[in-house]
Design a protein around this ligand. Structure first.
Ligand SMILES: Cc1ncc(C[n+]2csc(CCOP(=O)(O)OP(=O)(O)O)c2C)c(N)n1
Ligand SMILES: [Mg+2]
Length: 125
């Protein structure tokens, strides 16, 4: 990722948060319910954690569509891209597939990263 890129995590991307400069104390606060993703997500290029399974796929698709609409794409050094992390279980949700379709239709600069750990409450794939 370049500094101007944006990452949309699920709740597992602690390593990504670290590489984006997010203070680990801010992450721990989410799990202790003392904090609600208080880092500056634009500055870090790291969106708040998403506990609602798959929701970040829609957020990421919209964000990447915005990057496309604003012409921030291509080989320019200032061009932007988005990456979206989700679990294998999230792929059981219809709205996740809506995010895939919209990103494809708009040729949005979005990378989908499936963390397939073979575990989900739904059937793993
Ligand atoms: C919309 C929604 N439905 C159900 C849940 C309950 N839930 C929490 S974790 C989980 C399993 C998610 O599996 P997966 O997407 O593979 O992520 P993993 O935890 O394996 O990384 C579910 C269903 C939730 N958080 N949000
Ligand atoms: Mg899983």
């Amino acid at each position: 990722l370049k500094p101007q890129d944006m990452a949309f995590p699920s709740y597992r991307e602690h390593g990504v948060a670290y590489t984006r400069g997010v203070d680990f104390k801010d992450l721990l606060g989410i799990f202790r319910c003392t904090d609600h993703s208080s880092w500056d997500f634009q500055r870090h290029g790291f969106h708040p954690y998403t506990i609602v399974i798959g929701n970040q796929v829609l957020n990421a698709a919209g964000y990447a569509m915005g990057q496309k609409f604003e012409g921030k794409v291509g080989d320019d050094p200032d061009a932007e891209a988005t990456i979206c992390y989700f679990g294998d279980g999230a792929t059981s949700q219809g709205d996740v597939h809506e995010g895939f379709v919209w990103a494809a239709v708009y040729d949005a600069p979005l990378v989908f990263f499936c963390q397939n750990n073979q575990w989900a409450i739904s059937e793993p794939t």
